[in-house]
Design a protein around this ligand. Sequence first.
Ligand code: SAH
Length: 348
Amino acid sequence: MRELVEQLTSTGRLDNASLKALVTQCATDDGVLQLLRDNAVRTAREQFGRGIYIRGLIELSSYCRCDCLYCGLRRSNRLAERYRLTHDEVMECCKEGYRLGFRTFVLQGGEDGTHTDKWLTELVSTMRREYPDVAITLSLGERGEESFRRLYEAGANRYLLRHEAANAQLYESLHPAGRGLQHRLDCLEALKRIGYQTGMGMMIGVKGQTIDHIVEDLQLIARMQPEMVGIGPFLPHRATPLGNEPAGDLRLVLATVAIVRLMLPKALLPSTTALATLSPTGRLEGVLSGANVVMPNLSPSDIRAKYAIYENKASWGKEAAEGVAALDAELHTIGYHIDYARGDFNLK
Ligand code: SAH
């Protein structure tokens, strides 16, 4: 098993059978998981030192036309509280975020039908004009290539669109009313073509997911070479069909993050909010598995509870933008610190 870790570290690749054996072993073997994470941390440090980039997360809307089985914002959830931020509210978030030192803003939201190209391009253009030195990241689900292009031309730089599941059957079972895996992958290809720094990723432990599925996810990520990869545990939301399912396994999340770091040494990998929600030490454990990004919440405080993709989503304290000092102090306990740079993907 140790040879597999070394092979992955030196070549960035493993075949399916080896990956499956490694992930399976990590579920129970402390020594192998630790070796994998140590190698991932070393690789991350060679690229980024001990700095962790921060991104200010602005949750644009809880309206969504999709019906993803796992998500609390799914359209069938009649109990979900819906809101959408106005143009001016978003600009207020940016003002506060910029003051706090954020140089990346992430606009994330459900697929809200009122978010036309016109409305969004006006918002992105205003952000670009008022904050010429920030990176603008969008995470607004599937749109047409023309729409992605307009938003890019308006000034967006990055787009997060997790592929959710590389296996078509698993994907269909989680998104029975969706547009299908191929459409999602086509969106990712379009985003890359246009020039976005593009993010993919998946949850660990969602219903029906096996280790073989995780191996498929990892190989797809290795093939597509995204600039960013978001991986977190599945967390149940009671008002969804998966509300009684168990949360994803911490060890498997840490193992997959570490494997992605070794496959894509330069990738920007968040230690996700879901990981911090799963475990009080999750955020630091993510960093100690090769993650190099944290995404504190910059949304207006009165709406944070309403953006409930899962329950008890951490959005206060160190997960809140106003808590960056506490976050920095926490990172210091493991010898890391916040890096306030814009933190683009580095091609060199
Ligand atoms: N509408 C956007 C943003 C979705 S929310 C889009 O389609 O990309 C961002 C991510 O949260 C999703 O990609 C999904 O992987 C994750 N997520 C949703 N529900 C979750 C849950 N119950 N537990 C953990 N992660 C979840």
